[in-house]
Design a protein around this ligand. Structure first.
Ligand code: MSP
Length: 503
C-alpha cells in the first residue's frame, strides 16, 4: 500500500483560532480523506507550536504558567478540529516529551558535527511575530508582517550554518521542480532570500526560558524554527528507540503551509534535513490567506469571529465547502458571511440539496421508493451515464494538481447535469402515461446512480453530507462509476441544506 504523509503547520496557541486557521486544516483534511479513499496509507498530522516568549508573556498576563495556559487553548483547538470533522492521525504538541527529546538530540548532533556554533546575536526583533528582521526588510521602520515596532536585541546565542548549505539547496530546487508550489513562491524564495545570500540562523535564546533547554548549555533554550519544524519528524520517532513510523512515512509527501511561512519550510527545513542526512519532503505547498475586508484575518488585528459561530449558524459542511470551493488553493480569497451564504444557497441548497430532494421524492411518489434499472436506452441517458462515469477521473486529475476548488466544481457540474437531465426527461410527464413506466423508472435509476457517485466523491470534502445522502439512498455500493444492476429501496428524503433567507 502506498503511504502518504501530509501535514499542516503546527499552530501557535496564543489565542483562539480563527477561520483562517480552519482554512488550511480543512484543505489538508480533504486531501487526507481523498487519499485514504484512493487506498493510500495516510498519516495526517497537525498540532501546536507552544514555546516562545510571546506565550510566556501571555501566560504571565493572565496569572498562569505557560503550560497551564497552552493546555487550555490546545484542548479548545482539539475540540474545534473535532467539530470540523478533521480526521488527523496525530496531534503533536511541541511540549510533548517525545518532541522535546528529539529536538535536544538534533541540537546536540548538529553542534557536534559543527553545523551549530556559539556567537552573538544582534538584531531587530518583533515580539508578537517572534521574528528577527534585518534593517532592509523593515517597512517604514516597522515589522513587515504586522506593522508594529521592532526592538534591537543583542545576546549570546547559538547559530545554525545555513550558508554552508546554500548551493546544495539551489541545486535541489533545480533538480526537483515539484518541490515548491505554486511556482511563484519558488521564485520568491530564490530572488528574495537565497540569491542575496543566506545568513546563519539564530537557534537559541537566553532572554526567556519557556522553550526546550539546550542540554549542554542550560542558559539557552532552543529558539523557534528548529523547535517548530522538527515536529514533522519527532512525531515519527526520529532519533528515538522506536523509529518505525519514521521508516514508514518519511519523507513527507506534502507540507501544507501558509504563504508567509513558506520560507521557513523551503529554506531552513530542507537545510536542517540535509545536515541530518535525511531525505527532503516531496512538496511544500504555500497557500494564500483568507482575507477579511482586504486584510489578513488575525487575532492581533481583532477582525475575526470564533469559527464555531459560523458552524452553529450554517453547519460544519457549509463552512468546509466554502473553504474548499471559494478560493483557488494557492491564492488569497475573501471571506465574508455574505459569500458563505451565497455558496450555501447557490450550490448546496439549490444544486445539491434540490436534486437529492426532488429525485428521492419522485422515487417515493412514483415507485414507493423501490427502483430498479429497466435499461430503457436513449441518447440523452447514454450521454448522462457517460458523464457519471467520467467524474471519478476528472476529480482525480484535479486532486493530483491540488486544484481542490476545481475538483468540487467537477462534482457540481455533474449535479447540474443531473438537474438538467430531470428538466429534459420530464419525469412528471412520463408519469402520466402507463406505457412510459419503464422509461420513468430508468430515468430515476440513472439519477440515483448519479447522486450515489457524486455523494461518494463528495465524502472527503463534505463527510456528513455525503453520509446523509448515502443514508437517504440506502445503498452499500461503493463503486465510483455507474452500475447498471443496483436496486434502490429509498429512505425518506430529508432536507440537506436550508436556504438562508438574507434579510
Ligand atoms: N507556528 C507557526 C508554524 C510552524 S510550522 C512548523 C505558525 N503558526 S500560526 O498559528 O501563526 O499560523 C499557522 C498557519 O495558519 C500558517 O500557515 C498561516 O499561514 C495560517 N493562517 C493564519 N491566518 C490565516 C489566514 N487568515 N488565512 C489562511 N491561513 C492563515 O505560523
Amino acid at each position: 500500500m502506498n503511504k502518504y504523509y501530509i501535514t499542516t503547520p503546527i499552530y501557535y496557541p496564543s489565542a483562539n483560532f480563527h477561520i483562517g486557521h480552519c482554512y488550511c486544516t480543512i484543505v489538508a483534511d480533504a486531501i487526507a480523506r481523498y487519499k485514504r479513499m484512493k487506498g493510500f496509507d495516510v498519516f495526517f498530522q497537525t498540532g501546536t507550536d507552544e514555546h516562545g516568549q510571546k506565550i510566556q508573556k501571555k501566560a504571565e498576563e493572565v496569572g498562569k504558567t505557560p503550560k497551564q495556559y497552552v493546555d487550555e487553548i490546545v484542548a479548545d483547538a482539539q475540540d474545534l478540529w473535532k467539530t470540523l470533522n478533521i480526521s488527523y492521525d496525530n496531534f503533536i504538541r511541541t511540549t510533548d516529551k517525545k518532541h522535546i527529546e528529539c529536538v535536544q538530540k538534533i541540537f546536540k548532533k548538529l553542534y557536534d558535527q559543527g553545523d551549530i556554533y556559539k556567537g552573538e546575536y544582534k538584531g531587530l526583533y518583533c515580539t508578537p511575530c517572534e521574528s528577527f528582521w534585518t534593517e532592509s526588510q523593515l517597512v517604514d521602520g516597522k515589522c513587515p508582517d504586522c506593522g508594529r515596532d521592532v526592538y534591537e536585541v543583542s545576546e549570546e546565542a547559538y547559530f545554525f550554518k545555513l550558508s554552508k548549505y546554500q548551493d546544495r539547496l539551489v541545486k535541489y530546487y533545480d533538480e526537483h521542480p515539484e518541490f515548491i508550489e505554486p511556482i511563484s513562491r519558488k521564485n520568491e524564495m530564490l530572488n528574495n532570500f537565497i540569491k542575496p545570500g543566506l545568513e546563519d540562523l539564530c537557534v537559541s535564546r537566553t532572554s526567556f526560558d519557556w522553550g526546550i533547554p539546550v542540554t549542554f548549555d542550560e542558559n539557552h533554550v532552543v529558539y523557534v524554527w528548529l523547535d517548530a519544524l522538527t515536529n514533522y519528524i519527532s512525531s515519527l520517532g526520529y532519533l528515538s528507540d522506536d523509529d518505525s513510523l519514521m521508516k514508514k512515512y518519511w519523507p513527507a509527501d506534502i507540507h501544507i503551509v501558509g504563504k508567509e511561512i513558506v520560507r521557513f519550510h523551503t529554506i531552513i527545513w530542507p537545510i536542517i534535513l540535509m545536515a541530518l542526512d535525511l531525505e527532503l519532503p516531496t512538496k511544500v505547498f504555500g497557500h494564500g490567506w483568507l482575507i477579511v475586508n482586504g486584510g489578513k484575518i488575525s487575532k492581533s488585528l481583532g477582525n475575526y469571529k470564533d469559527p464555531r459561530e459560523y458552524i452553529d449558524s450554517y453547519g460544519v459542511d457549509a463552512v468546509r465547502y466554502f473553504a474548499l470551493r471559494e478560493v483557488p488553493f494557492g491564492s488569497d480569497g475573501n471571506f465574508s458571511e455574505e459569500s458563505l451564504i451565497a455558496r450555501i444557497n447557490g450550490d448546496l441548497a439549490n444544486i445539491l440539496g434540490n436534486l437529492v430532494q426532488r429525485t428521492i421524492s419522485m422515487g417515493h411518489k412514483y415507485f414507493d421508493g423501490k427502483i430498479e434499472n429497466r435499461n430503457i436506452e436513449d441518447e440523452l441517458s447514454g450521454n448522462f451515464i457517460d458523464e457519471i462515469n467520467k467524474l471519478d477521473s476528472l476529480v482525480s486529475e484535479k486532486m493530483e494538481k491540488l486544484e481542490i476548488n476545481l475538483a468540487l466544481e467537477e462534482i457540481f457540474n455533474l449535479l447540474r447535469a443531473s438537474n438538467k437531465y430531470i428538466d429534459e426527461t420530464t419525469p412528471w410527464i412520463l408519469a402520466k402515461n402507463e406505457d412510459n413506466r419503464d422509461k420513468l423508472e430508468t430515468v430515476l435509476y440513472n439519477l440515483l446512480e448519479s447522486i450515489r457517485v457524486s455523494a461518494l466523491l463528495l465524502r472527503p470534502f463534505l463527510p456528513d453530507t455525503s453520509k446523509a445522502i448515502i443514508s437517504q439512498l440506502n445503498t452499500q455500493s461503493e463503486e465510483l462509476s455507474y452500475i447498471g444492476t443496483n436496486s434502490y429501496n429509498l429512505n425518506n428524503p430529508e432536507i440537506l441544506f436550508k436556504r438562508i433567507d438574507v434579510k
